[in-house]
Write a protein that binds this ligand. Structure first.
Ligand SMILES: Nc1ncnc2c1ncn2[C@@H]1O[C@H](COP(=O)(O)OP(=O)(O)OP(=O)(O)O)[C@@H](O)[C@H]1O
Length: 492
């Protein structure tokens, strides 16, 4: 048996995977130990009955403190789990000695190509450094008691809310290098804003699990049609904040899509997850024409097998096929990925955000629905037109030719596409000013040329992403209001 773990105590320690005996005394404890610790907070000794009453009161109070959100998903935590899922959960718990004393698996929350993700209660929360915890500060606030107690009554002690984590069970079919890559990148990105940090990870033989903070979020399909322009700007600000910090470390996420950006429309917070396909910029790169200056590229294109691209393609093509990293999700791949650019940059993630924005503005999901890369190119070419697509291909040394009649030479503007797809009335010939600004921003994200496409840092400075942000005078007004509230509270 082997366990893996960067110490949960020290987040500075570099990530290590090592064969080892089950955890040492400080991480190992049984269920009984934990229950004792949770109930007995050192204040008083109480009987079992009193504890039960307290728990009930506590639950009632928590219910009142936290009204069920429109998007809440914890309400079904107590629902019976499907027997197959329960079987998998039991198997997972048995794979790791001591697992049951550390985590209580609740339900399956996600199933992807590379992993299954479970929601679990972090039973050993109090024993570790929890600087990763998004809600740590909000727990410090103690609401006034609902009931008045006479001096002789036993006053209920405050028990903290259960702490949840997401347990990502990485399929054993993933290569060890790939798993290590994801964990290492997550470790490097641990202090990045809006990026879901790695708490720890375990390995038992071929099974690896990553432990992440559980982030409450809603299904994108439930909220994207209801988003107002300020909602969109706030959502994107959060996503670009994550990307700016990821890109600053020269890391490409490669799989930006709505399911990998967990967003809670109520708190308007979001975190970027799933670095399973992420890579460092420049790894396994070969020079591509797109990084040459215009003159060099022109000269190299002119010398490049001119017969092959004039009037069709060679029957016996002896040229070696081009190889490039195409990892990602269909519909979200940038044109340079489709053209197999061998020197891809962080700009591929910006294109994917552009696709998310186009989805929201057009109220169509999925916006692109191609079965393969050729279809994906046809979809993009239909919007941008033949001419721009040819230019985009040339940038990476590719010829783009098509006789498909629906691909015109000039394509369509995003404004027209959005007006059509949202079925506006005939009188609405143009978009309102705020949506126009969103479209301006969209154009910067969906630029076929990665060199001209906006960067995450630049995006955060764009006028559109300032929409919905409080101006400094409004913020000052807010502070005044807070002060007044605080004064009132202290007088009361
Ligand atoms: N920290 C988290 N908190 C809450 N839910 C999470 C968390 N991490 C992942 N999930 C849920 O699990 C799903 C799958 O997670 P993730 O994308 O990391 O796995 P994957 O196997 O790489 O998925 P895919 O193949 O779809 O990219 C997410 O879409 C989300 O619903």
């Amino acid at each position: 048996m082997a366990t893996v773990a960067p110490s949960r105590r020290s987040r500075e320690e570099s990530f290590r995977i090592h064969d080892d005996v089950p955890s040492t005394g400080d991480t190992e404890m049984n269920e009984h130990d934990f229950q004792d610790e949770e109930v007995d907070d050192g204040e008083t000794e109480r009987g079992h009955e009193a504890e039960q009453v307290e728990e009930q009161e506590q639950e009632e109070q928590e219910e009142q403190e936290e009204p069920e959100s429109e998007y809440t998903e914890s309400s079904d935590d107590d629902m019976a789990v499907d027997s197959n899922i329960q079987y998998d959960m039991d198997k997972l718990q048995d794979s790791f000695p001591g697992f049951r004393s550390k985590y209580r698996l609740i339900k399956r929350i996600g199933e992807g190509t590379f992993s299954t993700v479970y929601k679990a209660e972090d039973l050993a929360y109090d024993r570790y450094d929890n600087s990763w915890d998004f809600d740590r500060d909000s727990d410090k606030w103690t609401p006034p008691p609902l009931k008045r107690y006479s001096s002789g009554d036993h006053q209920p002690s405050r028990r903290r809310k259960p702490k949840y984590v997401a347990i990502k069970k990485i399929y054993v079919t993933s290569s060890p290098t790939r798993i290590l890559n994801e964990l290492e990148l997550l470790h490097d990105l641990r202090d990045c804003e809006n990026v879901c940090p790695l708490i720890t990870a375990f390995r038992a033989t071929d099974q690896v699990v990553a432990i992440l903070p559980y982030f409450r979020h809603a299904d994108f399909r439930d909220y994207f049609r209801k988003m107002t322009v300020p909602d969109i700007a706030i959502y994107l600000r959060s996503l670009f904040t994550a990307l700016a910090s990821v890109h600053r470390q020269h890391i490409l996420h490669r799989d930006i899509k709505p399911t990998n950006f967990l967003y809670d429309p109520e708190s308007r917070r979001g975190v970027l997850v799933d670095f399973g396909l992420a890579e460092r910029e420049g790894s396994e790169c070969k020079p591509c024409l797109c990084h040459d200056d215009y003159q060099t590229r022109k000269a190299r294109l002119a010398n490049h097998n001119p017969k092959a691209t004039v009037g069709g393609y060679p029957k016996q093509d002896t040229r070696p096929s081009r190889r490039a990293n195409r990892a990602g999700t269909r519909g979200f791949r940038a044109p340079e990925v489709l053209f197999k650019c061998t020197e891809q940059t962080t700009k591929i993630d910006i294109w994917s955000v552009g696709v998310i924005l186009l989805t929201i503005l057009s109220k169509r999901f999925p916006f692109f629905n191609s079965a393969d890369d050729v279809e994906a190119m046809i979809e993009i070419a239909t919007i941008f037109g033949r001419e721009k697509m040819k230019e985009a291909g040339k940038l990476h040394g590719c010829a783009f030719e098509t006789t498909i009649p629906t691909i015109g030479s000039g394509g369509f503007s995003f404004e027209r596409i959005i007006l059509w797809s949202t079925c506006r009335s005939d009188s609405e010939k143009t978009l309102p000013a705020d949506e126009k600004l969103a479209v301006e921003f969209l154009k910067r994200c969906l630029d076929l040329d990665p060199r001209h496409r906006i960067s995450a840092e630049e995006a955060l400075e764009h006028e559109f992403l300032q929409v919905g942000m409080l101006s400094s005078s409004e913020r000052a007004g807010d502070d005044d209001e807070m002060d007044i509230l605080q004064v009132r509270t202290s007088i009361a």
